[in-house]
Design a binder for this molecule. Sequence first.
Ligand SMILES: Cc1ncc(COP(=O)(O)O)c(C=O)c1O
Length: 488
Amino acid sequence: MFSDIKFNKEVPVYIQIKDYIKEMILGGMLQSGEKLPSTREMSSIMKVSRNTIIYAYEFLEDEGFISIKKGKGAFVCEIHVEMQEKWNVNWNALINDYARASESLDIVKHEAKWKKGMISFKSIAPDENLFDVEEFKKAFLNRMSIEGEKILNYGYAQGYRPLINYLLKYMKNKGINIKGKDILITNGFTEGFDIILSSLTKTNDKVLCENPTHNTAIKIMKLHGLTIEGVDMDIDGISIKKLEKKLEKDKFALSYFIPSYHNPTGIVMSPEKRVKLYKLLKKYNIPIIEDGFNEELRYTGAHVAPIAALCGEGNSVIYIGSFSKVLFPGIRIGWILGDENIIGYLESVKRSRNIHTSFLDQAVFYDYLQGGNFEKYIKKARKVYREKYEFAIECAKKYISSGQVMGEGGLHIFIKVNGINSRKLLDRCCNKGVIFTPGDIFYTDNKGSDTFRLGFSRVTKEEIKIGFKIIGSEVENLMKETRGKENV
Ligand SMILES: Cc1ncc(COP(=O)(O)O)c(C=O)c1O
């Protein structure tokens, strides 16, 4: 007994000893009232210093597992763990519709998975090799020394004030009039969108969006029981004509758009189209939710102002920003900019859900941003991504030549090949070690079976070349087979 303990290098030895003895007590190997070996004996059994045993015993006493009697030794306390007859609940039967729908819409679980060695074009996450970890470490130490222990205590639901002020200025610099507006810090776009829908919609409300659109947005809208009305896109963004037709026929609670480097098509809505869209929705009084997630990843052309900039002092546009593509997705920081009255309500919804986004994360992030690191990083990232983007477009046109290639920036391109089924294509490519995202998951009307998205941010140029060649040759094979069947 006691001599079989095996130490690892990660956890302090006194904690390993404490947990080992606790486990013996809970497992009934040590009975209540039983005397533990003296600290001297135990140290020679376990081959550790006596002080380590003394420390471990002190913790065991603090946690109520042993009592140390002066001059007598350490004794196991009476611990009541009376095993009862096994009781199982049928949790499956209790799972409600919300959880069932969440599970069935969970593409991470249900879509084709990356396996070691595969070239993956699935991801549109940033390339972590570009992150300036040293600057982030400095920001962490600096902010910890400024804020001290209070940064580890509860914060405010609206967010860390210096970060809010930084973002207000940041939004002003995008041409947005921030008078009468405020910001709520969220756990990325995803939470922001969910909070907005929870606050402004009710089941069966109709929501307008581009078709295709961000799959997570579709999922959240479905989970809110909303009716999604996707409007087809032209080569320069949403079809204004089709949008107008829908507006003439129906009533809508809200609209949601991704005007820059749209996911999945990569299209940037032109400034003229943004104005037309804004005017049309103004005419029908449908508030706009603008998703500006990728805006900074512009590689050519002039800055295009967000739709939120068009309404001046007006409050009709709610802008959701996120640092998930332009910086670090793991830190889960996004924001909602909108009418201050609405932000007040959204703040309460946020508080009722998760109190606030981690204050430590917000504070460190703020320190990192305000030191000019963001500008430096984005300059570097743009250069790297632009090169990959241009190379991806070149390879797509060369190797997947039957496809219509879309994408004007950002971290992905989108391809449509008339007459092929992208899921069949995916199956074949997976067998050849290449994986991507089938386009149908982005469609609001079960269409898009002939489309797919290729993320290039986390692959090398060499992988782009090899991968696109494989996809291209499988496209050709599929097309030949289809033609063959038609000729029979
Ligand atoms: C259209 C769109 N908006 C926002 C996001 C970012 O979401 P989050 O901030 O929750 O990571 C993504 C990520 O892929 C996206 O595609």
